[in-house]
Write a protein that binds this ligand. Structure first.
Ligand SMILES: Nc1ncnc2c1ncn2[C@@H]1O[C@H](COP(=O)(O)OP(=O)(O)O)[C@@H](O)[C@H]1O
Ligand SMILES: [Mg+2]
Length: 243
């Protein structure tokens, strides 16, 4: 059975989609079959990040509407990650039950399914959360993002996702204490979510935003690889000194 995680942050621009793509790439490298579902209707980005924007003929809205078979809507990136792109229409409203059924049908093809949520903690997050067993709450270490990550975690619980883990993204050790950038313990305390990974600020993530692979030996690549292993239950220690 596939593991299903919703990736949420409350605030936009925190790195949800980048983290989704980074973890997915790492898991594929580790031999897992991975599906990303973009639920950022109207503002979709994963097709670009995975470098399959040109191939995106069908999206999951077409699957729900019966315009195409589920398998036809899977877009495979060069690094082997599969994507169900979000409908391009901002006003697209999906039926929660239909969406959940579609994710259920995806399970036979994959070991891991990530649903990349839009910003906010309302209907978009509810949809992204509806088929997930666990939440991954992404936050940077600045105080504003941390507050919205905390709200996202609380909201996920309200939507029935009782187990969430925290990923601190864009961490800059040397800048802790400056301009409202918190240390790791303060982020964990303020969100009350258990930490599963820390991804440093790394130009390799930014460079990967148009389909380029994140090198496995880059700081972010190593962080994604280690976090991906923890998602599948491996006991991989956090190397805080190396950050
Ligand atoms: N760890 C990181 N290091 C450097 N840049 C990052 C990192 N994570 C995300 N970014 C950049 O931040 C921007 C927003 O990321 P994105 O994944 O689109 O956020 P969200 O999905 O939360 O809106 C993008 O330009 C992305 O390349
Ligand atoms: Mg996004």
């Amino acid at each position: 059975m596939a593991r299903k995680f919703v990736i949420a942050s409350g605030k936009g621009g925190v790195g949800k989609s980048s983290v989704a793509a980074g973890l997915a790439g790492a898991l594929v490298h580790q031999g897992k079959r991975v599906l990303l579902i973009d639920t950022d209707t109207g503002l979709r980005s994963l097709d670009i990040i995975l470098g399959v924007g040109e191939k995106a003929v069908y999206d999951w809205g077409d699957v729900l509407a019966g315009n195409c078979e589920l398998e036809k809507a899977f877009l495979r990136s060069d690094n082997g990650v599969c994507l169900l792109a979000a409908p391009a229409t901002p006003s697209f409203k999906a039926d929660i039950e239909d969406f959940r059924d579609m994710v259920k049908r995806c399970e036979e093809y994959f070991d891991c399914i990530f649903t990349d949520a839009p910003a906010g903690i309302d209907d978009g997050l509810r949809l992204a959360a509806c088929a997930a067993d666990g939440g991954l709450v992404v936050s940077t270490h600045d105080a504003v993002c941390v507050r919205s990550a905390s709200a996202a975690a609380d909201t996920l619980e309200k939507y029935g996702v009782s187990e969430s883990r925290l990923i601190i993204n864009r961490f800059q050790k040397g800048k802790v204490g400056r301009g409202g950038l918190l240390n790791i313990d303060s982020v964990i305390d303020a969100t009350s979510v258990r930490l599963i990974g820390i991804v440093p600020e790394d130009a390799a993530v930014f460079m990967s935003a148009t389909g380029r692979r994140i090198p496995e030996n880059s700081p972010a690549g190593r962080a994604f690889s280690r976090t991906a292993r923890r998602l599948f239950g491996e006991n991989v220690p956090l190397k805080l000194k190396k950050l």
